[in-house]
Design a protein. Structure first.
Length: 301
């Protein structure tokens, strides 16, 4: 990758932290961003569909940002930015309408080269039943080489990461804030463990604080990274099911753990099963599904 282009892209993304489809509007006739700092503000406004004042502010912020040695600065903080044209950038993310322009990573970036990734998600209020389900599902997946992906939220996400680590597997945490603002605070210790021994990724520059609207954006990356999504517990109306919506749009396999018919946290998985998700209660069932699909066979009904 052209080092000067990478520098310009990181400088732009720092002040304009938008997905690739937005960034590329500025690259239509300037693919290497060589002329952006000298473009008239009205041209930038026209390309991005923003007001002239916003375009002028962006241009000035970008010019200032160009003076920061981003690769060296990030390296000091053990952050590796992986741009969309980096060899470690997961090709599956290009199936998104709005792929991340840059993934900021801490940990082992080689995890992104392994395409056998599966998400395990569920409620922030997950009960011990989610832990029971994960103890039955994750070890088999880890032994088969699958990387467990989740969102580092309270509840089911944290359980998925911890279970993967405890059984000797690998895990990727996709977060909704920059590295200077780890979220939630309850998972700070787990976050550090994953940064040091596994992999944490975010599309947000380090200064970005967690905002409510960041998390639906985070969810599309989770579903974009994986071959399938397993839901343990979730209410019928929950943020967990927004990840499922993304996963369905991306053609991912959906699995759901059946639960107690009287429990509200079983409502989400049961709704998914009624709509065609595969019910699972151990890891071998998930592996069997992928073996059949890989062999070109219809999954067992």
């Amino acid at each position: 990758m052209d080092n000067m282009f990478e520098h310009r892209l990181l400088a732009l993304h720092y002040v304009f932290p938008k997905p690739l489809n937005r960034i590329q509007l500025l690259m239509i006739d300037d693919p290497l961003l060589e002329d952006l700092e000298n473009r008239p503000a009205w041209e930038i406004a026209q390309l991005l569909g923003v007001k002239a004042e916003a375009a002028d502010y962006l241009k000035k912020a970008y010019r200032k940002s160009l003076n920061t040695p981003y690769p060296e600065t990030y390296e000091k903080h053990k952050i590796l930015p992986i741009s969309y044209n980096h060899p470690n950038y997961p090709h599956s993310l290009f199936h998104l309408i709005d792929p991340p322009a840059v993934l900021y990573t801490k940990g082992n970036p080689d995890f992104l080269r392994n395409e056998d990734r599966i998400a395990i998600i569920g409620s922030r209020k997950a009960s011990s039943y989610s832990q029971t389900a994960m103890d039955a599902i994750i070890p088999d997946l880890a032994t088969a080489g699958f990387i467990i992906v989740s969102g580092l939220a309270k509840g089911a996400d944290a359980m998925a990461h911890r279970t993967a680590i405890e059984c000797g597997g690998k895990t990727i945490a996709v977060t909704g804030s920059g590295f200077l603002h780890p979220y939630p605070k309850e998972n700070c210790e787990l976050n550090i463990i994953i940064e040091e021994t596994q992999l944490v990724i975010t599309e947000y520059p380090p200064y970005m604080e967690p905002k409510r609207w960041n998390f639906p954006m985070r969810n599309r990356i989770i579903s974009g990274l994986v071959k399938g999504v397993i839901v343990t517990e979730a209410e019928v109306k929950s943020g967990t099911l927004s990840t499922i919506e993304h996963a369905l749009e991306h053609g991912r396999e959906i699995f759901a753990v059946p639960g107690n018919i009287g429990a509200s946290l079983s409502g989400g998985p049961h709704k998914l099963i009624a709509e065609g998700a595969k019910p699972v209660w151990n890891g071998l069932q998930v592996l069997e599904e992928y073996c059949q699909l890989h062999a070109g066979l219809e999954p067992l009904k």
